[in-house]
Design a protein around this ligand. Structure first.
Ligand code: FES
Length: 205
């Protein structure tokens, strides 16, 4: 790899490892899942999206440069190709490692009209973090997102695979207390659930 690629010119994008530094980290279970999925798609390229979900779960909810490189290696794609896919979809976490629970707060029109910025300010006061930030204990990340397609429940929050709405301050209090008591990462759990859906969908065909 050229020296140019080793410079940190990534502007917040995942930084690729040097080929000699690539350490494959997929578990046996993950490798078996990827092998199963490969047989259900016409090309390895078509398997990139489910491969990235497996990686997001295996790498603790974050698609680091190493995670993207491993998907590229296992699916015989270039790093640039897989990174382009991963950074296109906002559900893949590539900009920064999220906390154990990612609180996604819709700020689009319906939610805006129903008080989402009041809720945002309340969460900021309660957790001390704003958009794109993670609490020091690594428990929570907050992200302001586009329409979650549940406008009838505005203002809406998504945590993992669960929608919450309409939310108010009391709801936020309970939600955060419940998440603190949750031993599992809702970020990792969501990735795992999506992998299972991919596997079930393919098995059903
Ligand atoms: S505007 Fe918030 S879910 Fe659609």
């Amino acid at each position: 790899m050229s020296e140019l690629l080793q410079l940190d010119t990534t502007n917040g994008r995942p930084k690729p490892p040097r080929p000699e530094d690539l350490k494959l980290q997929f578990s046996e279970k993950a490798i078996a899942e990827l092998e199963a999925l490969k047989t259900h798609y016409p090309t390895l390229k078509a398997c990139v999206l489910p491969g990235l979900w497996i990686a997001q779960r295996e790498y603790g909810g974050f698609l680091s440069g190493d995670a993207i490189a491993e998907v590229a290696f296992r699916l015989k794609r270039s790093y640039a190709e897989v990174e382009g896919v991963a950074t296109f979809y906002s559900m893949y976490n590539t900009a920064h490692k999220p906390g154990k629970h990612k609180i996604e707060l819709c700020t689009c029109l319906s939610c805006h009209l129903c008080g989402t910025y009041r809720i945002r300010d309340y969460i900021k006061q309660k957790l001390g973090i704003g958009h794109g930030e993670t609490t020091e204990d690594g428990l929570f990340t907050v992200e302001e997102v586009e329409c979650l397609d549940a406008c009838d429940r505005a203002p809406v929050i998504q945590v993992g695979d669960t929608y919450h709405g309409p939310v108010d301050e009391a709801y936020v209090d309970k939600l955060i207390a419940d998440l603190r008591a949750n031993p599992d990462s809702t970020v990792v759990k969501m990735a795992d659930e999506i992998v299972k859906v991919h596997l079930r969908y393919d098995e059903a065909k």
